[in-house]
Design a protein around this ligand. Structure first.
Ligand code: SF4
Length: 362
């Protein structure tokens, strides 16, 4: 397993001036990486995409943003459990990650402002699911569920997968990027998945760049697939990391070749410190479209979506005047399947887009 690094001065590729600037940033949002991830970075290139993922940037100190822009707070039905869409509940089982993505959408989990209720009482959550027959999907998230002990995680999955009516249990994890060795060595998890009965297990990976799909990551994917898990990937589109058609094309193709379905591409949410990582929706759409136009149908399956309080908007078309979005998931029944036209000038400005987003897109 990979070593955890939290001291920025232990990073070999940074000079004293960079460290001095970064120290101010980590006072707000801490730094954490793994020796595995650090080894993937090209330290000779100051603009290296993977460096941008973990190395704090002075731009994070710019004002603006919110710690909960999608108002997740409104959807807690029990500590650690959100119920936003009728058929799906989210269980925040892990309040840790092996590394911290600088663009994290739930950075509140790692700060004092965390209101999410951790750890959840899994037995109470199971009771809730039993009492709500409309729930058919459970998403284990956090933080990263794979930061729990294998025994704990397998026990939670076993209990939930065995519930009547539950069709799918999703495990949202970035462990295959931070420390794929954690999975390769984890015989308890792999055996536990193989022996599960009941719901189908989906592992929702979070690869943002094709270079994260190194030999070890490919082996971890292979072992999870052999254990019966279905693999899907969700990535945000991040300024400086994967904001070009070439990078996205490489990522989609690498995923397909590894047996992982490209599933969602997320718009960065306007969380405090995230504005420098955001790509405006209009630009993001054009990058993703260009990449998908060059890919096979298999590689071009991911939907570009924007998560708002009112639901998930699938950004799916462009006219001379508007960016076209359709509610893929809607918080309120009256929005189901609704089409939204957003003026190009608004969609070309992330802050303006989110300012009107949650209120006016209803
Ligand atoms: S893996 Fe997810 S929860 Fe963890 S730091 Fe990255 S974005 Fe945040």
């Amino acid at each position: 397993m990979s070593e955890s690094i939290t001291d920025i001065e232990a990073i070999p590729g940074l000079n004293p001036k960079e460290i001095e600037i970064i120290q101010r940033v980590v006072e707000f949002f801490p730094f954490r990486a793994t020796s595995h991830y650090i080894s993937l970075i090209d330290w000779k290139d100051p603009h290296d995409s993977l460096r941008k993922v973990v190395v704090p940037d002075a731009g994070e100190l710019e004002s603006g943003g919110d710690l909960d822009p999608s108002r997740e707070k409104n959807f807690y039905v029990l500590p650690g459990m959100q119920h936003k869409y009728p058929d799906t509940v989210l269980l925040l089982v892990g309040r840790q990650c092996s590394g911290y993505c600088r663009y994290c959408f739930r950075k509140r989990l790692f700060l004092q402002e965390c209101f999410d209720g951790y750890p959840p009482d899994v037995n109470s959550c199971i009771e809730y699911i039993r009492d709500h027959p409309e729930v058919r999907n459970v998403l284990l998230t956090g933080g990263d569920p794979l930061t729990l002990s294998s025994e704990q995680l397998v026990e939670i999955i076993r209990k939930i997968a065995g519930l009547p009516r539950i069709e799918a249990v999703r495990i949202g994890t970035r462990m295959l990027s931070w420390d794929p060795g954690r999975v390769i060595a984890d015989h308890i998890l792999l055996k536990g998945l193989r022996e599960l009965r009941g719901a189908q297990i989906y592992v929702m990976t979070h690869f943002v760049h094709s270079r994260e799909l190194c030999g070890e990551a490919l082996e971890a994917i292979r072992l999870l697939r052999c254990s019966g898990a279905v693999m899907c990937n969700q990535t945000p589109i991040v300024r400086g990391v994967n904001d070009s058609a070439d990078t996205m094309e490489d990522l989609f193709n690498a995923l397909v070749s590894a047996g992982v379905s490209p599933y969602y591409i997320f718009q960065i949410r306007p969380v405090v410190g995230n504005s420098i990582y955001s790509v405006p929706p209009l630009e993001a759409y054009m990058i993703i479209k260009e990449a998908q136009n060059r890919c096979s149908g298999l590689a071009a399956r991911a939907r570009y979506v924007i998560s708002l309080y009112t639901g998930k908007l699938h950004v799916c078309g462009l006219t001379d005047e508007h960016l076209v979005m359709v509610y893929h998931r809607a918080t309120f029944p009256q929005d189901r399947g609704r089409t939204i036209l957003v003026k190009r000038s608004v969609a070309n400005n992330s802050i303006e887009f989110f300012r009107i987003g949650s209120n006016l897109l209803r």
